[in-house]
Design a protein around this ligand. Structure first.
Ligand code: HEC
Length: 120
């Protein structure tokens, strides 16, 4: 007659799969993919980008001697910095703002603004 209890090693195997699986799952949760960001139609400078700049950047990047010589106060300035390639990479690489990397959704919207032609 076959015993109804599983052999101990099967149990151990099952437990270790759970233990390995948990950190993988929690890792996934920390970095939501842009696909899970709330959809936004048109990203323009005035309806979105200017607000992000105001909140995270212009405290240093404005006035008569902006940090790094980069001013981000107006549409023309932000567009010029974005076209140089440094604007987005400074954020996606987590260098700017110095206080900590922007979340993935904010980054994906800023990227969309570039990809859709820097709408004012
Ligand atoms: C607390 C002050 C501070 C804030 C806030 C800040 N920056 Fe900067 N930023 C600097 C300083 C200082 C430099 C020059 C030295 C360096 O490159 O780290 C700089 C340099 C830059 C440069 C040029 C060099 C590079 O790293 O590519 C860009 C582009 C830039 N910042 C973009 C931004 C953007 C976009 C934001 C907002 C998301 C931001 N910064 C927020 C202080 C700041």
């Amino acid at each position: 007659m076959i015993s109804r209890t599983k052999s101990p090693w099967i149990h151990t195997l099952g437990m270790s799969m759970v233990l390995i699986g948990l950190p993988l799952l929690s890792c996934k949760k920390e970095k939501p993919s842009p696909a899970s960001c709330p959809p936004r139609d048109t990203i323009t400078y005035s309806n979105y980008v200017a607000g992000v700049m105001r909140q995270y950047c212009i405290s240093c990047h404005s006035g008569s001697s902006p940090s790094g010589g980069v001013a981000l106060e107006t549409y023309a300035q932000v567009k010029a910095s974005a076209q140089s390639g440094k604007w987005y990479s400074s954020m996606s690489q987590g260098r700017m703002p110095p206080s900590g990397k922007l979340d993935e959704c904010t980054l994906s919207y800023l990227k969309k603004w570039i990809d859709t032609g820097y709408q004012p």
